[in-house]
Design a protein around this ligand. Structure first.
Ligand code: 13P
Length: 221
């Protein structure tokens, strides 16, 4: 099990004290997705920490877009990865339709960061042709995280066989792209999930808020 990606997604959780705590002793292998407002602070506290944003603007660079944060701005404050198209955003925000997720993908890759595109069970319908074409020539800068809706925050992980079969379909469809699994990953099940050959990494929600648990999972990678 070499070089599997361990990605945390705090979602809309955490505070500056938690950032302080993580910045001191987080395993260097972890990529931590924190609320954008904490990114610059976390980077100053620990410039070697691998930080992900949980979204970026559909608009490129700069402009009259009140409240938006561009990929370029995230990159400037030390962010290296951006999670895009998370199901919690696709479901609650019309702004994360296919076309806009594609625009975000281009913006992330243009800045030299890596995009983590989230898809659920309905993935063929979530990746349009232009995204597929883009993936073909940017495989080193994109991962796909398969997060079944039935597994997010529910404690119900699909069987390892199901995970493997779905990731196999995704890899076959999208030119061998790196595939992550997400949904109720925790310290008790991470070892067996990471042992699945096609699992190139995991995307962890709730359990990523517990430093000791996240570090323990990182040690398995
Ligand atoms: P949980 O690990 O809390 O199920 O969340 C998964 C997720 O949505 C990560 O992006």
């Amino acid at each position: 099990m070499i070089n599997k990606l361990i990605v945390g997604n705090w979602k809309m959780n955490g505070n500056l004290s938690l950032v302080d705590e993580f910045s001191q002793t987080l395993d260097a292998r972890v990529i931590l997705g924190i609320p954008s407002v904490f990114i610059a602070y976390a980077h100053l506290k620990n410039p070697t920490m691998q930080i992900a944003a949980q979204d970026c603007s559909v608009y490129a660079d700069f402009g009259a877009h009140t409240g938006e944060i561009s990929a370029e701005m995230l990159s400037q404050v030390g962010c290296k990865y951006v999670i895009i198209g998370h199901s919690e955003r696709r479901q609650t925000s019309n702004f994360d339709n296919q076309q806009n997720v594609f625009a975000k993908l281009q913006n992330v890759v243009k800045t030299g960061m890596t995009a983590i595109i989230c898809i659920d069970e309905s993935y063929p319908a979530l990746v349009d042709n232009q995204t597929k074409e883009f993936l073909k020539t940017n495989l080193d800068k994109v991962c796909i995280a398969y997060e079944p809706l039935s597994a997010i925050g529910t404690g119900k992980v699909p069987s390892l066989k199901d995970i493997s079969e779905t990731l196999s379909k995704i890899k076959n469809t999208y030119f061998g792209v790196k595939t992550l699994y997400g949904g109720s990953v925790n310290v008790s099940n991470a070892k067996e999930i990471l042992s699945v050959e096609l699992v190139d990494g995991v995307l962890i929600g709730g359990a990523s808020l517990k430093l000791s648990e996240l570090n323990e999972i990182a040690r398995l990678s």
